[in-house]
Design a protein around this ligand. Structure first.
Ligand code: PMP
Length: 284
């Protein structure tokens, strides 16, 4: 079934949507993106994603071709036109088309693309009951992981390495410490304390991470934002990940060894319930 997508001001059937071969997103991965979840036709954490988009653009000296309100309108229009109950809205802004040159072109008009992905039952994922398996790999990405750019080849390679090893994802390790998953933030739970890496240039500042940590603190759970080693993770009582599209997902195995009981942990499952409840209530 053909989707309606949004490209540079127009709503078009996906087969009619085009971008220039000179677009710097294509030539240099010179662009940023956001993924916003949709549950029951409503957007989760839209303002968080819009704020992070602004920040990513600012770090790359780009300006958004649309305002926050226009962006919301486009998201909603695509959800309606494509009859999305549960799913995702993908948004990408690149620096636009210009003759190929490493220096940023002056006066190029940014390209903006949005499309939906239907994911019926997104919040009812059986994976949350099973838990996921991760492998560890070296983090070989660039040093500005706080900017949500479309240069996702290394995370893609990590995902493939996980798949080949019979796992679901890879946790990336730098100087012995876990940075994050290929497309999610990483957490462990030890003696009742939730531990996740502090913010910095080394990880993406997850929108789900911010919400989950807020809910955890509101529920009087102990939270520690600091680096943790792979060895600590292997010895943890629980592990889990967060992202906009997986919410909170338990991790039950690391490098073939069970985490804690080898079953989804109570903290992760409770946080998943709280996150889904609260996010649905606040969805717009
Ligand atoms: N880290 C990385 C590397 C990611 O790609 C993502 C998801 N895009 C996340 C963390 C989670 O961020 P969010 O909760 O905003 O989806």
């Amino acid at each position: 079934m053909s989707r309606i997508v949004y490209v540079n001001g127009s709503y078009l059937p996906e087969e009619d949507a085009t971008i220039s071969i000179f677009d710097r997103g294509f030539l240099f991965a010179d662009g940023v993106y956001e993924v916003t979840s949709v549950l029951d036709g409503k957007l989760l954490d839209f303002d968080g994603h819009a704020a992070r988009l602004e920040r990513s653009l600012g770090e790359l000296e780009m300006t958004s071709p649309v305002t926050r309100d226009e962006l919301l309108e486009i998201h909603r229009e695509l959800v309606t036109r494509n009859e999305i109950g549960d799913g995702l809205v993908y948004l990408q802004i690149t620096r636009g088309a210009a003759d190929r040159d490493f220096a940023y072109p002056e006066g190029a008009a940014p390209s903006i693309v949005l499309f939906t992905q239907a994911k019926p039952g997104l919040a009812e994922s059986p994976k949350a009951q099973e838990g996921m398996k991760v492998i560890s790999i070296e983090d070989q990405r660039w040093g500005r992981r706080d900017i949500k750019t479309v240069q996702l080849l290394y995370p893609s390679m990590g995902k493939m390495a996980a798949k080949k090893a019979g796992a679901d994802d890879a946790w990336m390790i730098e100087d012995g410490f876990v940075t994050e998953g290929t497309s999610n933030n990483a957490y462990i739970v030890k003696d009742g304390k939730i531990i996740t890496r502090h913010l910095g240039n080394e990880i993406l500042h997850g929108i789900t991470r911010a919400a989950v940590l807020r809910f955890a603190r509101e529920a009087q759970m102990q939270v520690e934002e600091r680096s943790f080693t792979l060895a600590e993770a292997m010895d943890a009582d629980e592990a889990f990940i967060t992202s906009a599209s997986t919410f909170v997902m338990p991790v039950v195995e690391i490098d073939g060894k069970p985490v804690g009981s080898g079953k989804p942990g109570q903290t992760a499952l409770r946080l998943r319930d709280i996150y889904l409840d609260e996010s649905r209530k606040a969805a717009i």
